[in-house]
Design a protein around this ligand. Structure first.
Ligand code: ADP
Ligand code: MG
Length: 346
């Protein structure tokens, strides 16, 4: 028996989920056939919380985010199954017009590469005003301009008035990221999805942008889904964490529990790969041996079996279900099969 980690308070009440993803399956048609990029992904984000999604490159983090935003490349990417409940409303198959009311106002997303969201041919001020025109049509032209300047100020852009008349190629990568954050926040979303927003930036700027997101989160009370391949960033930013492996959830827990009692052998391996203060000077980090299986050639059973130091015969035949191993802590691994009864309902 498995226990659904996502059963919590219902869709009403103070602590109700802002967003609840259940059993999400997203596939792509490719020249070599249809692949499932994510399979059975589920999680909850509550008001004011920061959920981290972590995993190696290609494990399905961005596909999860793009599925929620309904921005999958068309026509190849399709949500095959599952629910994306936003304050209870399932948006997994919502028509485009419906999504246009939700994007920006309820959920916004920022990307690793700001140029995917910014337009090189328009001045920054014009791009920002367009966002205000969509979400705040009640504002006069002068009010909208003031709101733009205030927003640029809020995201830490010095001299925002003159920046309004510049083009994105005239400003630095860090400043572009701030402009993109400003655009994402213009509609006062309840949820911000940040997909590796600092990966392309140097370390100092990275720290500033992470701090900015934390400050804005604290000020607005919005929830954040923060995607990264860096567990160190998860530790600093997040309340809860979802560890993904080859398109599936390997483990989900509060950040505190994940770091103190990691359960999945993959999570344990990832944690060993984080450089400690002592080892930071060394260049070679211990990494998990082996490779992530190809989505075109997935093994029967557990997807981590070929790299797992604790694989058992059953891991080769049946995909492991999600076992509840504590309050808000679940793991997809047969090692925890025997503890299901004592922890169920806890
Ligand atoms: N447009 C696409 N067409 C086909 N396959 C895709 C596409 N986008 C993503 N995928 C597949 O989905 C997997 C997960 O991708 P992604 O979510 O971008 O990984 P990451 O965790 O690095 O963000 C990739 O390994 C790739 O095989
Ligand atoms: Mg990605």
């Amino acid at each position: 028996m498995t226990t659904d980690i996502h059963t919590g308070p219902g869709s009403s009440g103070r602590n109700a989920p802002l967003i609840e993803v259940r059993d999400l399956v997203t596939s792509f048609s490719t020249e070599a056939g249809r692949i499932k990029a994510i399979e059975g992904v589920g999680f909850i984000v509550r008001k004011g919380r920061i959920l981290g999604i972590v995993g190696e490159s290609g494990c399905g983090k961005s596909v999860t985010a793009l599925s929620i935003m309904r921005l999958l490349p068309k026509p190849s990417g399709v949500i095959e199954r599952g629910e994306i409940r936003l304050r209870g409303q399932d948006i997994a198959q919502l028509p485009v017009e419906g999504m246009n009311h939700i994007r920006g106002r309820q959920i916004s997303m920022i990307f690793q590469e700001p140029m995917t969201a910014l337009n090189p041919v328009h001045k920054i001020g014009r791009q920002l005003r367009e966002v205000f025109d969509i979400h705040r049509s009640d504002l006069s032209k002068a009010q909208a301009r003031t709101a733009c300047i205030e927003l640029l100020q809020k995201v830490g852009i010095p001299d925002p008035e003159s920046r309004m008349d510049e083009y994105v190629h005239q400003i630095s990568g860090g400043m572009r990221q701030r402009v993109m954050i400003a655009m994402a926040l213009a509609g006062k979303p309840d949820i911000l999805i940040a997909d590796e927003p600092t990966t392309a930036l140097d370390v100092t700027i990275q720290a500033q942008i992470l701090q900015l997101i934390l400050d804005l989160q604290a000020e607005t009370g919005m929830a954040v889904i923060f995607i990264t391949h860096d567990l160190g960033v998860i530790a600093e930013m997040c309340d809860d964490v979802l560890v993904m492996y080859a398109g599936k959830v390997a483990e989900s827990a509060s950040v505190k529990d994940l770091f103190s009692t990691p359960k999945h052998p993959y999570t344990q391996g990832l944690l060993r790969s984080i450089p400690t203060l002592d080892s930071r000077r060394k260049t070679i980090l211990p990494v998990i041996d082996g490779m992530v299986p190809s989505l075109f050639d997935l093994p029967a059973g557990c997807r981590f079996q070929n790299r797992c130091p604790r694989a058992m015969p059953i891991c080769e035949t049946e995909p492991p279900p999600l076992y509840r191993v504590g309050s808000g802590h679940a793991v997809s691994c047969y090692l925890y099969d025997n503890i299901k009864d004592e922890s169920a309902g806890g």
